[in-house]
Write a protein that binds this ligand. Sequence first.
Ligand code: SF4
Length: 647
Amino acid sequence: MSARARDGDPGLEEQVRELPTEPGVYLFKGADDRVLYVGKAQSLRARVRSYFVKGGDGRHQVHFLVPRIRDLEVVVTSSVKEALLLENQLIKKHRPRFNVRLRDDKNYLALRLDPTVPYPRFTETRRFQRDRAVYFGPYTSSGAMRETLSTLQRMFPLRTCSDAGLESYRRRGRPCIEHSIGRCVAPCCRLISDRDYRNLVDGAVLFLRGRSRELIGSLKRDMDDSSAREDFEVAARLRDRIDAIERTVEQQSMVSRHFVDRDVFGLARDDTHVEVQVLYVRQGTLLGGDHHAFNNVRISDEEVLASFLFQFYSSDRELPREVLVPEAIEACGALAELWSERSGRAVRLIRPQRGERRRLLEMAGRNARLALAERMRRDRSSEETARELRQLLRLERPPRRIECYDISHLSGTLHVASRVVFLDGKPDKNAYRRYKLRESPPGDDYAAMREVLGRRLATLERDPPPDLILLDGGKGHLRAVEALLADLAIEGIPLAALAKERDGAAPNPRVLRHAGSKREKLFLLGVKDPILPDPAGAAMLFLQRLRDESHRFAIRYHRELRRKAGLRSILDEIPGVGPKKRRALLRGLGSLEAVKRASEDELRALAGISSADAVRIRRFLASLAGLELGPAAPEPGGTRGSHDPVE
Ligand code: SF4
């Protein structure tokens, strides 16, 4: 059933009085008919009325939400459980401003293992799917995930190669280096039986599920059996594995005397900023946790938590036996029922008042408060930095969205560019872009900057302009983009360029320098001379971070292209090295690897390779390997694109 009420005709409050007392979902709408908030209720009338009662329950939303409500729609359901499911669907559909939305799981990193394929292995993924695989995570950083994977690999040396890699080594009849360094048991060459490999997989899964005790017990039994059979080699391997597991487990903290799997939630709030913390306790051991930040939250803690929990477990995330929460949740019975149905065993949603569970809850709350305090501190410092940037760059207002561009090439070849975007002081990685340069002549950084910015500015309709464009470069880059903006009749986008000072320039006594560091110069539109900002100032450090990030991103793209281009073609890329010189290099030194290792003198000694060739080849290969060559006059187009030497 659905009922609508309009303010004034016959009156929102009158309609509220007539609402059914059954469970269901309500939608509050604003003046433009957009859905502002979707909620569920055991009794629609009681719940919706609570928003309009004078002096109400003091919930956060009342001040912000109620004055904006112009229309109300309700959908009656046969149970709270049905209301929960419908509420979630409607939140996904309307994305209401006043509901909290958890980032999609695809943004999280997880380890995936498909036990049904031959010789299963762990892979990294960003998607929890309903398939035959098991997922572990989510991990909030790739560092944390790789650390887990590396620990795991030491204890359970499963294969790391792709199916194609495994097949290729199988054909060759010898395992790859992973086997020589003890990180793979080499199923490619059948150096392990299918049964033993399966045991390793089972062990790794048990370990990730926090069932180390069970795992150690089973390994000890296997070790004793092996000893009894006098298979001492296997027994020694099992002993080492048990040691490694015990050492790892020792580093994890026991937080419970009960071997129960629990997810423990904490919530902290500072006005409209909310932090939700989750701690994962498996078999009494704290395996880790992560926290989720929400801003501009105008709903109560209970509603935040209820909405969060539903979304958190709506993917194929593994459900524990117990979910501990700090707030009473209206639909807790329905939530627990849904989870129990999904996992095929009882899942309890508990709000503990005392004892061990309460202690765990306090720990989660403390962590939530710490994370929130840290976020607020970072926000304050990023506001401070934005104010400093405004002053330094002479902007009308503190910049929120900043785009930074960098050009990268290798002695004029593999010409690419990158754009990184920072929003409110933080990288907005979804907005990062990389460009393969198509029109600008190789080595011409100014034309490259013009081409990239031209492509970027052509998308202004769907990608609004930033508050600042920062170029990795000097005055020439700035002028090239200034001319482009004038040609396109685009006004109002502040522009700046940041460049390192050229080696050998006379030191400026006004700027303090660390040993070995170079000064940075900032070029602004309409300002004749470069600015020499305080290198330790927050604004300058931030600009450097932005520039370094764009450089890192461009280099990563570069590496990818190089990898795709393949090793053989590296020699084709060296300017001035044609087929004849290529043959001379390979014939004279025997292999590409030997060419890469050769010194300038060794190269020069080859027939057909001049001194200038030797210098150029050495420089090219050194830049390829990311080596520093030391001070040298920049070649036209130099290595790694970068800026013009600063005038
Ligand atoms: S040793 Fe064999 S199975 Fe293991 S990673 Fe290398 S190729 Fe793959």
